[in-house]
Design a protein around this ligand. Structure first.
Ligand SMILES: NC(=O)c1ccc[n+]([C@@H]2O[C@H](COP(=O)([O-])OP(=O)(O)OC[C@H]3O[C@@H](n4cnc5c(N)ncnc54)[C@H](OP(=O)(O)O)[C@@H]3O)[C@@H](O)[C@H]2O)c1
Length: 205
């Protein structure tokens, strides 16, 4: 699958590396594709990966992962939103402050509002990026909680998340995303007290 990644830091760089090494084609969207940081990232990937502008990464992917800090998104999204119509857009962002007055209640709903026609699915936001390379928690897989309005898009995201090693929990539609976004705040709170090697798991019996 061709995946464009907007943001190549802790989350985007790590998930992109995992997917590329599993056989997906990755294009990291970055402000400076010649930077040492991006070149180091690419040199540690054995699969197909390249770096390009944010626009070209958005054009490249059939699936787009948004992995950038929330406060830069209102500036960036309007420049690429026309390239995201009909595409699956995975939102891994966390907005750790109350929504601005004109914004939707959650980050994912705001991305959907700013990118009409895109199929937004929330995922990967409720666990520290430091855990992604090894999701074995004493024999258990952590959950990633997903939500979105397009069932086919959620199927694709489920497969991509399972390839990383997650147990996927489908929370519901975009209007349910607030449940997932609040989990990230709980994760950060717990990580400050007990360390970052921690994850949520939905148990069933
Ligand atoms: N870190 C975690 O454990 C974690 C966990 C779950 C969710 N998240 C969420 O994931 C998102 C990314 O977090 P992160 O920790 O991966 O951040 P990060 O390591 O700081 O990476 C963010 C990336 O955004 C790009 N960027 C920064 N300012 C930009 C601008 N003005 N225009 C365009 N690109 C810009 C940078 O790429 P270039 O320098 O290459 O342009 C950078 O690689 C955040 O919303 C965060 O809340 C993080």
């Amino acid at each position: 699958m061709k995946i464009g990644i907007i943001g190549s830091g802790n989350i985007g760089g790590t998930i992109g590396t995992i997917w590329a090494n599993q056989g997906h084609e990755i294009c990291f969207g970055t402000r400076d594709r010649h930077s040492d940081k991006i070149q180091t990232l690419l040199s540690n990937i054995s699969g197909k990966a390249k770096a390009d502008t944010l626009e070209n990464a958005a054009k490249f992917g059939d699936v787009i992962l948004i992995a950038i800090h929330w406060y830069v998104l209102p500036e960036i999204l309007p420049t690429i939103s026309h390239l995201l119509a009909d595409k699956i857009v995975i939102d891994a962002t966390n907005r750790m402050f109350p929504p601005p007055p004109e914004s939707a209640d959650t980050a994912a709903e705001e991305i959907a509002r700013l990118c009409p026609g895109s199929k937004v699915v929330k995922a990967f936001n409720s666990l520290g990026a430091n855990n992604l390379k090894n999701l074995d928690f004493n024999g258990q897989k952590p959950s990633t909680f997903i939500a979105g309005d397009d069932p086919e898009a959620k199927k694709v995201v489920t497969e991509l998340a399972e390839q990383i090693g997650f147990d996927v929990v489908d929370v519901g539609v975009l209007a349910d995303v607030h449940y997932i976004e609040s989990l990230a705040k709980l994760w950060v709170h717990l990580a400050k007290k007990g360390g970052r090697n921690t994850a949520f798991k939905l148990l069933k019996k």
